[in-house]
Design a protein around this ligand. Structure first.
Ligand SMILES: Nc1ncnc2c1ncn2[C@@H]1O[C@H](COP(=O)(O)OP(=O)(O)OP(=O)(O)O)[C@@H](O)[C@H]1O
Ligand SMILES: [Mg+2]
Length: 252
């Protein structure tokens, strides 16, 4: 594909000549991916779960239209059955917690990964960053939610989206914020709270309201996940913690 993958454009290595994606380009990429997933989940029978939705698997054509690629991990659903898989595959940062932990594979695992991609596109930050040297790793879902919850959604949006150039659009900021909300909702820890990809698409297009986002468990970076002094600090995943999430909640 002439424009390579989405990751190349969101997170270019060095100055490889890629200019930053505009808001109309980002919006159309997100909608294209949602439509691609809606086709996999509802347009074919049995449904197909992609299992590896992430920025490097979203390819861009000459007009920056997005195609969901790389079906190396895709699985056909088993009608009427929730699929439990013993071999979890996918990519850190994009994996739905119930799938990563329990191997529970449903269409909502792809919806989770889609939500992470939406947040990456809107924030221009990587899904997961363990490289900072800090024990407090960066997980985009927790980071975005804690800011949105605190009423600071403008801090979540990529600053380059705010640099004008989209004046033709009547209210781009309101629409951008809606996209962030949908991303957070799709990447909610609890399966039942995630919309289907079809409903997520309707929310993105403004055809249905984005519901109020129910709270998430305490983020990974929260002090309650750390114990001991600075020399002996360890962290546990919120998904593994029973502190705020009752066991089994994620499976519903
Ligand atoms: N048709 C294509 N046009 C342009 N780039 C492509 C095409 N197919 C694959 N790529 C790119 O080639 C690279 C290697 O792809 P590959 O699928 O092996 O790795 P990946 O997407 O990083 O990880 P994963 O194996 O988990 O999918 C990626 O950057 C991918 O986006
Ligand atoms: Mg790939």
């Amino acid at each position: 594909m002439p424009n390579g993958n989405l990751d190349n454009h969101l997170f270019p290595i060095g100055s490889n000549g890629n200019s930053v994606l505009s808001w109309p380009q980002r919006k159309s990429i997100i909608l294209d991916v949602a439509k691609g997933l809606a086709y996999l989940h509802y347009g074919v029978k049995p449904a197909i779960y992609h299992r590896d939705i992430k920025a490097t698997n979203i390819l861009l054509d000459g007009e920056f239209r997005a195609r969901v690629a790389d079906f190396g991990l895709a699985k056909q659903s088993r009608e009427g059955q929730s699929h439990l898989t013993t071999r979890v595959a996918g990519t850190h940062g994009y994996l739905a917690p119930e799938y990563a932990l329990y191997g529970q594979l449903t269409e909502k695992s792809d919806v989770y990964s889609f939500g992470v991609v939406v947040l990456e596109i809107m924030c221009r930050r990587k899904a997961l960053d363990l490289s900072s040297g800090s024990p407090r790793s960066f997980l985009i879902t927790d980071w975005a939610w804690s800011l949105v919850k605190a009423g600071k959604i403008e801090k979540v949006l990529d600053a380059s989206l705010m640099n004008g150039g989209d004046s033709l659009n009547a209210n781009p900021k309101g629409i951008m914020e809606r996209f962030v909300h949908v991303g957070i909702l799709c990447a909610h820890v609890m399966v039942a709270l995630r919309p289907t990809i079809v409903d997520a698409l309707k929310m993105l297009e403004g055809d249905i309201e984005v519901p109020t986002i129910p709270d998430r468990p305490t983020p990974l970076g929260h002090p309650s996940f750390y114990r001991g002094d600075n020399n002996n600090t360890f962290s546990i995943s919120p998904a593994l913690s029973a502190l705020q999430l009752h066991s089994g909640d994620m499976l519903r």
